[in-house]
Design a protein around this ligand. Structure first.
Ligand SMILES: C[S@@+](CC[C@H](N)C(=O)[O-])C[C@H]1O[C@@H](n2cnc3c(N)ncnc32)[C@H](O)[C@@H]1O
Length: 326
């Protein structure tokens, strides 16, 4: 039976699990196991890895039930590990890559940041998160892949819960790779869809059905659309900067435009929604952002001269907070 000390020891070794998962993805282990069980030697030869260390990594993954260690010594992908495959219906490959390649080092700056007040990412890298990503295509791709994985889980749930069909023009502010806009297109096929994001992000969006517009949402966003989407953007910023983003959107809105804020809403007790609490900690580690309660979002909207007109929960955990011009 596992004791509280066993539990704590396992929690303390969490750093290993993050890197075991990342190593598996970086080497291509899930794809190599997709066709069936393989021995460590066999895998090592195919993937160009050292057989001894790869065997030990596979055993570590077996202890976490990501792979299964067969009696004949071969390793097979489990239902958990299958989510590492790029083509899995729910792929967490980007999520794993971002944590291993981008978030991991920053988390080591937490203690220093708690004492100093800056975001751990900035403490570790000496540069703010998005500026640092912009200078490193591999990190930027890892982060955007994680956004795309998460957005793939959320986008369908958002448009199923919140009716976007009436909109003729939609601007997705900080829209990343455009996953949410593609879900909008399925419901509003004739709408003009604008993906607004930083230049290095829109440069990699290749979708003829979406109009990419590069810019800075602290300066201005395209004006006069029926609807503005802000999905998982406000949580990146502290109240001061979140308010700046909202005011830019407010300035672009017509009197009858709608703003749909897509965010997790923090629970009363952490155990009621551990995923939202973990996302809040990612914001603490990477940026100066935070997750918020519904009342905190209402207050922010109010300060930007907007009023909260709806709070629509979705099956993916995030809410659509609808706001209109006051
Ligand atoms: C957490 S991601 C969310 C992406 C997407 N909306 C989603 O739901 O997956 C935040 C996005 O804001 C963009 N962003 C950050 N700073 C920006 C700025 N100053 N102007 C425009 N976009 C910005 C990032 O490039 C990134 O795509």
């Amino acid at each position: 039976m596992s004791t509280p000390a066993d539990r704590l020891a396992r929690l303390a070794d969490g750093y290993l699990v993050t890197q075991l998962l990342f190593a598996a993805v970086a080497l291509g282990v899930p794809e190599a196991l997709a066709a069936g069980p393989r021995s460590a030697d066999d895998l090592a030869a195919e993937l160009g890895a050292a057989p001894g260390p790869l065997y030990r990594v596979l055993r570590g993954l077996a202890a976490e039930e990501v792979v299964e260690e067969r009696p004949d010594g071969r390793f097979a992908l489990t239902a958990v590990g299958a989510h590492l495959l790029p083509a899995a219906p729910v792929s967490l490959r980007g999520v794993v890559t971002a944590r291993g390649e981008v978030y991991y080092e920053a988390a080591a700056g937490l203690v220093g940041a708690l004492r100093g007040g800056n975001a751990p990412y900035e403490v570790v890298h000496g540069q703010a998160f998005f500026a640092h990503l912009a200078a490193d295509p591999s990190r930027l791709a890892a982060f955007q892949a994680s956004m795309a994985d998460r957005s793939a889980r959320e986008a369908g749930a958002v448009v199923a819960a919140y009716d976007v069909a009436p909109f003729r023009s939609v601007v997705d502010v900080g829209g990343g790779g455009g996953v949410l806009l593609r879900a909008v297109r399925a419901r509003a096929p004739h709408a003009d869809l604008v993906l607004f994001d930083r230049p290095e992000v829109v440069a990699s969006v290749d979708d003829p059905g979406v109009r990419p517009v590069a810019g800075d949402f602290f300066d201005a966003v395209p004006a006069g659309a029926d609807a503005y989407l802000l999905s998982r953007v406000l949580h990146d910023w502290d109240d001061h900067d979140a308010l700046r983003v909202l005011r830019t959107c407010r300035a672009a809105m017509r009197p009858d435009s709608v703003l749909a804020v897509v965010e997790a809403v923090l629970p009363e007790c952490a155990v009621d929604d551990p995923a939202a609490v973990r996302m809040d900690l990612h914001m603490l580690v990477l940026l100066k952002g935070r997750e918020r309660t519904a009342a905190e979002y209402a207050a922010l909207l109010d300060a930007a001269d907007l009023r909260l007109t709806g709070d629509v929960p979705t099956r993916a955990g995030v809410h659509v907070l609808e706001a209109r011009v006051r």
